[in-house]
Structure formats: C-alpha cells, structure tokens
Design a protein around this ligand. Structure first.
Ligand SMILES: Nc1ccn([C@@H]2O[C@H](COP(=O)(O)OP(=O)(O)OP(=O)(O)O)[C@@H](O)[C@H]2O)c(=O)n1
Ligand SMILES: O=C(CO)[C@H](O)[C@H](O)COP(=O)(O)O
Ligand SMILES: [Mg+2]
Length: 794
C-alpha cells in the first residue's frame, strides 16, 4: 500500500486549517501522480499509430476510440506514456477524419506532451508519418534536441508499464533496435495453396513479436527510406559485412507488419528482443475490448483519494484512515491467506481539494472519499460533487462521504443531491443521496485507537450515484426488486460473516433499498463480488447426540444475507434466460416439481415397458461425490454463456465462485481461512441452479434409453428386449455413459446399477454381472471415481 499526502492547491481559504503535512510534501518536490523516476540521459519520443479502422472488432467505432469508464482507449495509452517523465514528446497518428476527435480527446483529458499527425493507408505508412513528424525541422534544431530513441507502440495496447519502456529504450540506444516478444500460444504452420499442411515450425524456436519497439532515430528513419530505381543504399552489418540494399519498397509499406524486420533488412540492425508481460497484448477483437475494460476496472478499485477540505478535524480523521490503511496493509502482508481485505485500495492519497494542482486526480481512475465533519462542510461536498460531474467522473467514481454527527448535515446532503430518504421522490440531479440514519455518536476512538477498527464499516458511507455503470446491455436490478428481496429475508436467520443481521435488513428494507441497490449494481457492473459476501463461516452441527468424528457433523455455511438477496435477484433474471437450454429431465429445483414426479416418471416408463413379456429394464444410478464441490468456475462460465447468460453475469458468477474464503467456527474457536476456487458454496440460493446448469449437458433421451436427474442423483433407464441384455449390451452402456459424462466434463461419479429382468437364466445373469463389474473396475482405474457399486436384481 502506498500512502501519500499531497500538497494543497493554491486557492485555499486562509482562515482554514492547512493540512499538517502539506508544506513538507511540497518542499520535498514530490509529484504524487508520477510513477517511479528513472534516469535516462538521452532524448526519447514515442510514436503511437492509431490510424486504423479496427475492422476485426466488427464495430463502427475504431477500437482506439472506444470508451471505458468515460475515457477512450487511446487516452489510456497516451497516459501510460505521458506519466513517464523521461519521454519528452508523443506523436499520435490518426486517420485524417479523426484528427479533430483526437484533438478534442487531448483537450478533454489534458494530455500535455501530445501532437497529432495524419495517418496513412497502412500501419507502416502511419508509423512513418509519425517518425517524419518527429524529425520535422531537424536541420534547424541542435542535434541534442532531436530524439535519440523513438519508441513505437500500437495505440491499442494500453497497459504498458514504465519499467518495460525503460528496458526497450535502453536496449534500443545500445543496439539500434529493440522489441517486445512473447512466447507463442499456438504452433505456426504453413499451408499449401490447396489448403493442406505444408510444414510446421518448431514452436520453441519462435516468438510472437509485440510492441513496444524502440529504435534510434537514425535507424527507424533509414529503415523507412524508399529508394527509387538505381539509387542504392549500402551499409555494413554488425559482423562487418557490407550489404547493398535497395531500400524499403511499396510492397513493404503495403503488406509489411514488422518494423524490426525493416531495420534488419535495410539498416543491418539486429534488434535486441526482450520478453514482455502478458498485458502487452493488442486489442484486436471485440472480446479484447471486454478484457481491457475489466483490467481498467480492476485498476480503478486499487486507488482511493481522500479529500479532507480545510477542517482540522477532517485532517485528523484522514490521518486515522491512513493509520488504519497501513495497519490493514500489514495484516494483509502478514497473512497472505486472508483475502477478505483484498478490495482495500492499494494506494491511498490524501488531498485538501480537487482544485489547482490536485485537479490532476480527476484525470485518473480514482475512488473519491470526502471527509466532512459538520454542516459548514456542506459547501465543500457540493463543490466536490460539481468537480466530479464536470470531469465526467460522477458515474463510476461515486463520492463517498464519511461521517458527521449532525442531523442538519444529513438534511443538507439531501438538498444538494436533490433527493430525500423516501424512494419515490424524483431525483433532480445525476447524483442521488442514500442516507441511512446518522450515527448517534461520532466514532471517537478512530483517531486514537492503536488497533485498527474495521475500516469503513464503523463509519457511515453515504453519498452515492444511483446506478454505477449504465451500459445498456448490463443487467441492473431496480430499487423495487431490491426492496422486495430485502423484505423476504427471514428475520431469525444467523448473521453471516459481514455482520449484518437479517432482522436489520428486513426491518429497514425501505430505508436501505436504494443504497443496497447501488451496491448490487456496482458489484454486477464491475463483475466482482465483495469478498465478505462470498466468505463462508462453516458451523458444524452435530448429526448425532454424541458426535465422535467429523462425519458426525453436518456443515452449515453462514453467508451474507445481502448476498442471498442479490443471488435471488440474479436467479430470477437468469432462470428464464437459460431455461430453454436446461435439461427437461432434471426434476430438482423446479417450481412445482418434486421428487415424486421424478419417481413416477421413472416407474411409469419402466413398468409400462415390462408389461410385454421378455422385456427388461436396466437402471444405472449415478451420484456425484461432493456434487457442488466439483463445479469448475471456468467451465461453468462457458456453459453459462452457451446457455444464454450475458458475458457480464457469466463473469460475475465466475468471480463469485473464485477465491472464496471459508473458515470453521466452533463456539468461540475460529479456524484458519482456506481460500477455495472450485465448487459452489452449500446452502446458497444460486448453487443448486448453477449445479443443474453445470450438468445440463449431461443428458440423453431416446425411446429406448433416457437419463433423468434429481439434482445430482441420476438414473439411466435402458428399456430393452431380453436378447439385448447380453454381455455386450452391458459393455457398451457404461462406456457410453462415461463418454457422455466426459463430454459434459463431469467428474467424481458414483455408479451403481439395478437390473429389472423377468428371465430366470441365472448363468447368463451372473456373466452379465461379472462383465459389468469388470467395466466398472476399468472406469475406476481410468477416472478414479469412488464406486459404491451394488448390482441388485429386482
Ligand atoms: N492504416 C493504419 C492501420 C493501423 N494503424 C494502427 O496500428 C495499430 C495496430 O493495428 P491493428 O491492430 O491492425 O489495428 P486496425 O488496423 O485498426 O485493426 P484491423 O486490422 O482489425 O482493421 C492500431 O493502433 C492501428 O490504429 C494505423 O496507425 N494506421
Ligand atoms: O506484428 C507486430 C509487431 O510488429 C504487431 O503485432 C503489429 O501490431 C501487428 O499489427 P497488425 O494486427 O496490423 O498485423
Ligand atoms: Mg490492421
């Protein structure tokens, strides 16, 4: 955790208390938004080609102009370069028709080192235009002013870090050229013109060429020089061999994809190759946009900016927060198993306001926390809100206002936000107030307590925008839905790990529904479930009066009641969406259908078949050992998407099932936390549904054979004539069943069979039994299921 105290902006009220550490920070000359300083003693510039149309995304808008959290992708890339102090200038190359748009982006996001130049019809042409722009006026300028090194980086690779740029720049200076590489994911093969395999390359020898790439100015400039007819270049390779080159051709410009290749071919410069991190990948397809968005959102949740205003009390409170943050950070470092607090910001900055120098915070992805201690601070809250709105930051950067003991303050907040506590009042502003009752007493120990209080939970969090992410495709529960679910919570249920009692949620449903709705929407739009909501506290309840071993206890998992309410809402949305893809012969967890229906269906089909003399029915029963525990989140995600759930919900569910902390509580004893990333928690609302969906492709139904399920209890019912009950029939069937289970990616199957048969031919029956037992043994050997194999004759 980094904790920073920033300097105050220039325009402060002299009557207000200055931040105690503001002056010393300024004196130290630190720039809070700057990343690590590096010493680079030669001029470096960057060219960001952004002149493409992004055809492969299939979208109208070129991918570099697609927005995430209100900021276009290109601006994130520019920002990554701009915060590197040793990069002096950045040339962004865009198509002519987008010059104005790009200029507007530069103004809106206050990029300061950027120049825009028009692109060409191919990537190489665009890059060359950028390189030429860097050299403009070169003859008049002193050599020292020209960039020594030019870094070229696709505008659609936004997650490049300073460390890596540094490596590229240094290697480029040394070698003339340097580029990022990554291991190949797939093998590269060559095809014949008829579409057959010609040959394949040995994957370990090859690498994928990525960006950034760096060149000395002279190398990249020369690499791009077109040479007309008879004029020829000569150069000497690094091994001292003279080479005659005709220079870069139209074909290179038209079809080439590799700048490093031009440097080698036309300047004899062997590039130094440096393996980069996986985040260097290029946004190419639509799915990459979703991946980029999720990385950006992940980053957003890692930084928070505390705004104190001028009040000395607020400054004290901010200091207390910093202490809490540092202490929490230590706890997290000491015990890597405790992930409950992993949503705590990785960086916390304290500033007085958002004006002057501090306006820079509005340009980055920060969470904002405003500390206000009395009603005279109301005007500050209003100013902060306006700043956030003006910077288009209000939608996904809600302002959280912390703590005030005065009732007047809460009323004032309602006035600012244009809302009241009543949910039916119309809102007049984009921000909406959700104010729980103010704390009757302020939390006095906060600044003094040596042991950290549980972060924000003891302080009131009050002011939020109503729906955090408003993309039209997102599933956004309404306040009414939330109120209904909160009212349905059973008041006598034990409290979950979040410490929020079911009675409180039920009794205060009307007052809480707006703020809870906000949090639900935030969770869904960020595709993340708060860790406390996916934490299970397992309480072992004895099954017998004198329990002696762990099996004599039934594990009851206590989970957050808020999460259960959200799960119910998600379930109501998901069930109709995916129902066409569910298995019609799954009898469990269906409204109005029960175990009786499953038994009646099985008996009716079996017995009516047995009415004809000589017919037989063979039923093979399956069970899954620890059924819910076998769910693999990534497989479930694929199945959810295939069944019709949106990417958003599939990702949210995956996040829910991944990294779930669990601990056991026995009276006053609490076990260590174990973090679990497979299975679905027992006793929750969604788990049965997720399990039935997970097994919905484990299905088979014909006139002579069908597979039916009640939750994880599965029966394969085979209707056959007596002749078919041969040894070979027995062999084929379990193998086919296992194939089916394998295709559905199901594991840990328990298997046992019952054969209903009218024949009295004991010898044949025994042979069949033996054969089936053999098959089952083979299954156990190959797939290690636990077998409870009983073969019964009825
Ligand atoms: N005439 C072009 C073509 C591409 N680029 C830029 O080169 C980078 C990498 O190219 P690519 O991923 O191929 O982007 P597009 O050409 O836009 O996408 P597509 O090939 O799918 O149309 C992008 O930042 C793109 O804007 C460019 O500056 N000028
Ligand atoms: O090959 C490369 C390295 O130089 C880059 O991946 C380049 O971005 C390729 O772009 P395109 O998708 O246009 O082929
Ligand atoms: Mg392209």
């Amino acid at each position: 955790m980094e904790v920073h105290i920033s300097a105050q902006s220039g325009d402060c009220d002299p009557g207000r208390a200055a931040h105690p550490r503001a002056v010393s920070t300024r004196a130290a000359g630190r720039s809070d938004l700057q990343t690590g300083e590096r010493s680079v003693d030669f001029p470096v510039s960057a060219v960001l080609p952004a002149g493409g149309t992004g055809e492969r995304t299939g979208l109208q808008t070129p991918k570099q102009f697609c927005s995430f959290l209100g900021r276009p992708l290109i601006s994130y890339t520019v920002q990554a370069f701009e915060r590197v102090s040793w990069i002096q200038s950045i040339v962004v190359v865009v198509a002519k028709e987008n010059m104005e748009l790009m200029t507007d982006i530069i103004q809106r996001f206050q990029h300061r080192k950027v120049r825009v130049v028009p692109g060409g019809s191919t990537r190489h042409r665009s890059i060359f235009n950028g390189v030429l722009a860097l050299g403009e006026g070169e003859r008049e300028r002193p050599a020292a002013d020209r960039p020594k090194v030019v870094i070229i980086h696709d505008a659609v690779r936004p997650f490049v870090e300073e460390d890596f740029l540094y490596k590229i720049a240094m290697a480029a200076k040394e070698q003339g050229a340097a580029g990022a590489i990554r291991p190949l994911v797939s093998t590269v093969i060559a095809t014949t013109s008829e579409g057959y395999l010609d040959h394949s390359l040995e994957r370990a020898k090859y690498r994928a060429s990525e960006m950034p790439q760096g060149f000395t100015y002279d190398v990249i400039y020369q690499a791009y020089q077109r040479v007309e007819s008879l004029i020829k270049f000569t150069f000497t390779t690094q091994e001292g061999v003279p080479v005659l080159s005709v220079g870069c051709t139209e074909s290179d410009f038209e079809f080439g994809t590799e700048c490093l290749h031009l440097a080698l071919q036309y300047c004899g410069t062997n590039a130094k190759l440096i393996q980069g991190p996986p985040t260097l990948w290029k946004v190419t397809y639509k799915r990459d946009l979703a991946a980029a968005e999720s990385i950006i959102k992940e980053t957003l949740s890692r930084s928070a900016c505390v705004i104190t205003g001028g009040s000395a009390q607020a400054v004290t409170l901010a200091d207390a927060l910093l202490k809490v943050a540092a202490a929490l950070d230590m706890i997290m470092c000491d015990n890597k198993n405790i992930k409950v607090l992993s949503s705590w910001p990785k960086r916390l900055d304290v500033i007085l306001d958002l004006i002057g120098e501090n306006a820079r915070y509005l340009l980055k992805e920060w969470n904002f926390i405003k500390i206000s201690v009395n009603s005279s601070c109301l005007s500050e809250v209003e100013v902060t809100l306006k700043d956030l709105e003006a910077a288009n930051r209000a939608i996904l950067h809600p302002l959280v206002v912390i703590w005030s003991p005065e009732m007047r303050f809460w009323r004032g907040l309602q006035a600012i936000s244009g809302t009241g506590l009543s949910t039916d009042q119309p809102t007049s502003s984009s921000l909406c107030l959700h104010a729980p009752s103010p704390p009757s007493t302020p939390p006095p120990s906060l600044g003094l307590s040596p042991s950290p209080p549980p972060a924000f939970t003891t302080i009131s969090t009050v002011l939020l925008s109503s729906t955090p992410s408003l993309s039209p495709n997102l599933f956004t529960p309404t306040v009414d839905q939330v109120r209904t679910q909160l009212k349905k919570i059973k008041a006598r249920k034990a409290t979950g790990p979040d410490g929020i009692s079911s009675r409180l949620l039920q009794d205060c449903a009307d007052q809480l529904c707006q703020v809870v709705c906000y949090i639900f929407n935030l969770s869904l739009s960020l595709e993340r479930v708060p860790v406390l909501w996916k934490t299970s506290c397992v309480v072992p309840v004895p099954k017998t009066s004198r329990p002696k071993e762990p099996n004599h206890f039934r594990p009851v998992a206590l989970m957050s009641h808020l999460m259960k309410a959200l799960e119910r809402i998600v379930l109501r949305h998901l069930r109709p969406l995916v129902s066409p893809n569910m298995d019609p012969l799954q009898f469990a967890y269906q409204p109005g259908i029960g175990v009786d229906d499953a038994v009646i269906y099985l008996l009716q089909r079996s017995l009516s078949h047995l009415e004809d003399a000589g017919n037989a029915v063979r039923i093979t029963f399956f069970d899954f050992s620890s059924a819910f525990n076998t769910i693999h989140p990534s497989l479930l995600r694929v199945k959810l998407e295939r069944a019709g759930a949106s990417d958003q919900l599939a990702a949210w569910v995956t996040n829910y099932l991944t990294d779930r902390p669990q601990f056991v509580r026995l009276q006053d004893c609490v076990s260590d936390v174990v973090v679990c990333s497979t299975g679905a928690p027992q006793g929750t609302v969604l788990s049965p549904f997720l399990f039935t969906l997970y097994t919905s492709d484990f299905t088979y139904s014909t006139d002579s054979c069908h597979l039916q399920k009640f939750s994880d209890d599965t029966a394969i019912v085979r209707l056959s004539g007596s002749d078919e009950l041969s040894i070979s029939g027995g062999a084929v069937e379990p193998a086919a069943i296992m194939d089916l289970a394998t295709a559905a990616k199901l594991r840990n199957i328990l298997l046992y069979g019952i054969q209903l048969h009218q024949s009295k031919d004991t010898e044949r029956w025994e042979r069949s039994v033996l054969r089936v037992a053999e098959i089952m043994s083979a299954l156990i050997r190959d797939r290690s299921p636990t077998l409870v194999g009983q073969l019964l004759q009825a």
